[in-house]
Design a protein around this ligand. Structure first.
Ligand code: GCW
Length: 672
């Protein structure tokens, strides 16, 4: 028809697993030491990567021998590698002499460790390391590295900006989309080992026999990649599905219903992980409907799943109109007294901040405040409050900021990471959860740069102390090429701060449009519940702006350990990041940088807009090094982001001036 055949599509489908030709491509002769399905997958991944590195050229005659396997195989066991301390998921990569021949070895205690080792080797080669110099011993610091899909059974994804759900419940279990294998593969490549398939705003239907058969078909795909399936459970299911009059966790009939349901779930999915529960939050049913506590509810479910080795992950994201004084205080108020009351197969899942996935919040005060309870950190990979999948915002820096924050729970150095990885209190059950940004879009995440957030989440869940800059470079080297890793990472690193600056600078929060949470709406004041209104959060009036969370206000500072509470309570020591989070200050408050608060605020908005301009220029400079297809979509999105950064700034500044009556500070950029 005269149409040129399209070149290999660079539509983002391959994520960071592109395996482009390499200059000194090592040829590999991979030998699996055992017949296990997962070890075979590891071998296939290595062969696939090596073929990509050769760029279609025939395999070399003298390929490097690579032996992979677990200590269950005699060949690996004979090498006596230092695997004892590497646990279930760790691995060793090194060269060894096998039968007198120099051989690379990937060894682990379990097959999934071999798979992780294979992906680690690939990652290192693609960053330019010489294969024979690679010597690694690694293991994850966190046991449950979990994606939470907010996917509804009708395939709509709550807060999803990348198309529909990849879980096609209508066609399952008979038709299993091969895309699910690619999903599992991508997750395994970054160490993710658990997936909650359905939304925490759960429908009881997901626990019926037909849906369990569908979930079982998904679990069959995920299993060989080391990923366990979890489901969100609706607390009132005994009423909706079981015909009971109540879901009161103290009612023996309710407990019996859940026990039978758990038995049924594990019959369908023998390695099922457990239930995630959102209870008594935003209208969801829960134990409090019956005057019972969150611990009563969680423990009843924990007893039901215990015979199967299952886990209950119970969310602490609660707020209610019973205590409208400060929404940010409520989870701590409700959960801290329950410390020590949860069964030992319950984890409590806590969002990174006390409010709700804002561009910046201080860490959640429950971290460090519930020493007897294993706490899962919940991050949001999908960018509900950070410009959806249009704005470029690398969140590795944000999560790392939270993980490295010091709770002072047991003195200096008691970081959130140490709470979450269990080392502070000696917990064995540990977890990190990320609300997925995955959908049916060709590029999975709605934009190329949002893939980096999926990637960084997995890598930080593996090692919460990982350096987000190194992760950005790692991702960029594999997603684009090693040559652009540094400049691409340089774009990514300040990107989240840019969003903070043009949306909610200096500790402001929750000023987004109602419901959709996209775009500015700081003026909204008429919603039914006080804490739904942006004015509730900024509290601006003619005299000043900010939320007083010190003793003269809501006293939320008191929920933090003493040294921190003291630091946060004083506007001179709190630091600019949380200034208006904790303080209501006059517009003419003198800032340490010089000038007034009003001047500083406007300067932040301008700085945010300028930072997006810089990202655009940085991206333009990369044009020769990036394929045309991905170059164009990123360019288009950055143009939108710059326009919308201005929109945020201009709308916000115009609104503040309508309240404070002040002129624009000298030197401020004029609104477009
Ligand atoms: O951030 C809010 C979202 C809701 C979400 C809720 C939660 C799943 O706006 O869409 O519901 O948090 O985390 O439960």
């Amino acid at each position: 028809l005269g149409l040129a055949a399209p070149a290999a599509a660079e539509d983002g489908y391959d994520l960071w697993l592109r395996h482009r030709p390499l200059a000194d491509a090592p040829a590999l002769a991979v030998e699996a030491a055992e017949a296990d399905a997962t070890v075979r997958l590891a071998a296939r991944e290595l062969e696939r990567a090596a073929a990509g590195w050769r760029g279609g050229a025939a395999p070399a005659v003298s390929a490097r021998a690579l032996l992979i396997g677990t200590t269950a195989s005699p060949a690996i066991a004979a090498l006596r590698l230092p695997l004892a301390k590497l646990g279930e998921d760790g691995f060793v990569i090194r060269s060894a002499s096998v039968g007198g021949r120099a051989t690379m070895v990937i060894a682990a205690n379990r097959p999934v460790g071999v798979l992780y080792g294979a992906f680690a080797l690939i990652r290192r080669v693609e960053q330019g390391e010489a294969i024979d110099r690679i010597a690694v011993q690694d293991r994850p610091r966190v046991a449950l590295r979990m994606l939470n899909h907010w996917d509804n059974l009708d395939r709509h994804v709550e807060r999803g900006y990348a198309g529909q759900s990849i879980f096609d419940w209508w066609r399952l279990p008979d038709r299993v989309d091969p895309r699910l294998t690619d999903y599992a593969r991508a997750n395994a490549s970054i160490g993710i080992n658990a997936a909650v398939l359905n939304n925490v705003n759960a429908k009881a239907d997901s626990l019926t026999a037909p849906y369990l058969a569908k979930a079982a078909a998904v679990a069959d795909v995920l299993r060989p990649w080391g990923i366990r399936t979890f489901l969100s459970a609706r607390f009132s299911a005994p009423i909706e599905l079981g015909g009971l009059k109540t879901a009161d966790p103290r009612d023996p009939a309710v407990a019996a219903w859940w026990r039978a349901k758990a038995d049924e779930v594990w019959r369908a999915i023998p390695d099922f992980g457990g239930f995630l529960v959102k209870a008594n939050s935003e209208g969801q049913p829960g134990p409090r409907d019956y005057g019972a506590s969150h611990a009563d509810g969680a423990n009843m479910l924990a007893a039901a799943v215990r015979p199967h080795g299952g886990t209950v992950v119970w969310r602490a994201f609660v707020y209610a109109d019973t205590d409208p004084a400060d929404r940010a205080k409520q989870a701590w108020t409700e959960f801290r007294p329950l410390d020590g009351k949860f069964a030992d197969n319950v984890l409590v899942q806590v969002k990174n901040g006390p409010l709700d996935f804002q561009p910046r919040e201080p860490f959640h005060p429950l971290f460090g405040a519930m020493p007897k309870t294993p706490l899962v950190a919940e991050f949001q990979i999908t960018k509900e409050y950070l410009g959806f999948s249009t704005h470029l915002a690398y969140l590795g820096t944000m999560w790392s900021e939270v993980l490295s924050a010091d709770t002072f729970a047991k003195g200096k150095g008691s970081t959130v990471a140490k709470v979450v990885d269990g080392s502070l209190e000696g917990h064995r059950l540990t977890g990190i959860a990320g609300v997925a940004n995955i959908g049916t879009d060709r590029d999975w995440s709605g934009s190329i740069f949002d893939q980096a957030n999926w990637y960084a989440f997995g890598r930080l869940a593996w090692d919460p102390a990982a350096d987000p800059a190194a992760l950005a470079r790692e991702w960029a080297a594999q997603t684009f090429s090693p040559a652009v890793a540094a400049p691409v990472a340089a774009m990514m690193m300040p990107s989240r701060q840019a969003v903070v600056d043009y949306m909610t600078p200096l500790g402001l929060a929750h000023l987004m449009g109602t419901g959709h949470h996209y775009g500015p709406a700081p003026w909204v004041a008429d919603l039914a519940r006080p804490e739904w209104n942006p004015v509730y959060y900024h509290r601006a009036d003619a005299r000043g702006i900010g939320f007083d969370r010190t003793r003269t206000g809501s006293d939320a500072v008191a929920q933090y350990a003493r040294p921190l509470a003291r630091r946060f309570a004083d506007p001179r020591t709190v630091g600019e990041d949380y200034l208006l989070w904790f303080h209501h200050l006059p517009w003419d408050y003198r800032m340490p940088e010089g000038g007034t608060l009003w001047q500083a605020l406007v300067r932040r908005y301008d700085r945010g807009v300028a930072a997006v301009g810089t990202m655009r220029a940085q991206w333009q400079a990369l044009r020769p090094d990036i394929d045309a297809e991905r170059f164009r979509v990123v360019s288009d999105d950055l143009a939108v982001q710059e326009r919308e950064a201005r929109w945020w700034r201009d709308a916000s500044v115009a609104y503040w001036t309508s309240i404070n009556g002040l002129p624009l500070p000298a030197g401020a950029a004029a609104p477009a």
